[in-house]
Design a binder for this molecule. Structure first.
Ligand code: UN1
Length: 512
């Protein structure tokens, strides 16, 4: 473990680490010192000193200064730096993946998968750096040309969550960087070491070129860091990932200053299994979607809506599959599910399990806290299947844990209505071999989510598509497609190359 930390520039000393990078590491930040804990063992991975208001100001100053130079580089040259960041990540994929596992608790394959997602978005951003296209329009006036162009928007703020402690930063940071923005990152206070390690990796590329201030880091809690960021008019865009409660606060404060926010909040993702589905596929998808990352993805499968004709068979097979799930130390190669992040998550899940029982629902498997040999201090919850009725109140809430609800439905319309009848709108999936059913699910009266899949689970999206959701999920789109537009400002330009000054709409103005 010490080797891994050391290779990521995290020295094993008694001295706490600086959690603030403002164009250079701040030797002694002024905020509190917090420990980072391994959720699988309860052991302390290291201590990190948070930023205070003065450190935050230093980050803004660094980002502002770097912005003036960075925005003047041609975008493909900015892309070249991001290509090198992708290369640096490739060289550290195993180590950074292992740190994600140690600090967040997801298994090795998923930790490395997360770093792969960073590499993928770096590659995407490199290509994008030559494709920041604007449109041209035909002017209604003779001798006039009209077009739109995209400019860097300024230093931006990125607030990320514990469950994807490195990838979600990269989705934002690498796109923003090729777009010409600089940034300040506030990682989750639960996963500061991942933030420090990523900062060290990109520093290898950016510092020698004098561009250290493009990516800045300010570890901290809502006060003083998060609240300062969202209220700060110098940051025209705040991209935030996390709970609906947090997102509402960000949206309110950023909206109050007419800034732009990009919100990626909670999901409550349903997977529909129709009577004509390939049940083997559906089974694997539910397993990965509900058990993967111990149910702590915003895209995790929370509700499985089963057509009445296959409900019993599918339920039996799913329960059997759950019994095979090897829960344990996420660093071990044969583990399929690690711990949940902390005691609060354990308690939230136990409360949901109790509510299932109270409502007359059944816990078909799991439902309890678990102790793992060699990981006695860890926060483990058994992967759990609950069978509930359509009106169970927690079907409308996101419990961020390995708990999936099974509900029986009559037909596709019934399933679509139930799936949409929640406040959240992130991801959704239908398993069917019928064109009518899949097209209905994808049609205007189908899924109301930002992501709608057919014969693919709710989680594990590729970076090439726009990622995000509707309703309480916040409406933002990150990663692929044209999500880059959020990180730039659009300018419409009209050029007159005649000696006349005709007005639009044919208006004549002036002395007759
Ligand atoms: C998240 O949980 O915040 O689609 C992001 C997925 C991953 C990203 C999840 N690519 O499951």
């Amino acid at each position: 473990m010490q080797d891994i930390l050391q290779s990521l520039g995290i020295q094993a000393t008694d001295k706490p680490l600086s959690g603030v990078y403002a164009g250079g590491w701040v030797a002694t930040p002024g905020g509190e010192t917090l420990s980072s804990t391994n959720p699988a063992t309860g052991s302390n991975l290291g201590r990190v000193v948070h930023g205070d208001s003065a450190d935050y100001e230093a980050c803004v100053a660094a980002a502002q200064e770097a912005f003036l130079r960075w925005r003047m580089l041609p975008a493909p040259q900015r892309g070249e730096y991001i290509r090198l960041c992708g290369e640096a990540l490739r060289a550290k994929k195993t180590e950074l993946g292992a740190l994600v596992t140690m600090e967040m608790g997801k298994i090795r394959a998923e930790g490395e998968g997360e770093v792969q997602e960073m590499i993928d978005i770096a590659d995407f951003a490199v290509g994008l750096s030559r494709q920041l296209y604007g449109l041209t329009m035909h002017s209604e006036r003779p001798g006039h040309r009209m077009y739109e162009q995209w400019h860097p928007i300024g230093p931006i703020g990125i607030i990320s969550a514990f469950n994807f402690p490195v990838a979600v930063w990269a989705w934002n940071a690498f796109l923003a960087a090729v777009c010409g923005d600089t940034m300040i990152w506030k990682p989750s206070e639960i996963t500061p070491l991942c933030g420090i390690a990523v900062q060290n990796i990109v520093n290898e590329v950016m510092e020698p070129a004098g561009f250290g201030g493009v990516f800045n880091l300010c570890c901290g809690t809502a006060e003083p860091v998060g609240e300062a960021m969202i209220a700060d008019r110098r940051l025209p865009l705040i991209s935030a990932t996390g709970s609906v409660r947090m997102g509402k606060r960000v949206g309110e404060v950023v909206g109050g200053r007419l800034g732009r926010s990009l919100l990626e909040l909670g999901g409550n993702n349903a997977l529909l299994v129709m009577d004509d589905a390939n049940l083997d596929l559906a089974l694997s998808a539910v397993l990965f979607g509900a058990v993967g990352t111990a149910g702590q993805r915003c895209t995790s499968t929370r509700r499985v809506l089963l057509h009445k004709d296959i409900a019993e068979e599918f339920t039996t097979r799913l329960c059997q599959a759950y019994k095979q799930v090897n829960m344990g130390d996420p660093l071990a190669s044969d583990t399929l599910m690690g711990p949940v992040i902390n005691e609060a998550s354990v308690n939230a899940m136990l409360a949901a399990v109790a509510a299932v029982k109270e409502s007359g629902g059944e816990i078909l498997t799991g439902g309890e806290q678990a102790t793992i040999d060699g990981c006695e201090g860890g926060t483990f919850m058994q992967p759990t299947i609950a069978r509930v009725s359509k009106d169970f109140h927690l079907l409308k809430e996101e419990t961020f844990a390995p708990l999936v609800y099974l509900v029986t439905v009559n037909d596709l319309d019934d399933a679509i209505a139930l799936q949409n009848d929640v406040p959240q709108g992130l991801s959704s999936a239908v398993f069917t071999t019928s064109v009518q059913s899949s097209e209905s699910f994808l049609g205007h009266a189908g899924s109301d989510c930002g992501i709608a899949n057919v014969n693919i689970g709710t989680s594990g999206a590729e970076i090439g598509g726009a990622f995000g959701g509707e309703k309480d999920t916040g409406g933002g789109r990150e990663a692929g497609s044209d999500s880059w537009k959020a990180y730039m400002r659009r300018q419409t330009c009209t050029i007159n190359y005649t000696d006349e000054l005709p007005l639009a709409q044919g208006i004549r103005f002036g002395p007759a």
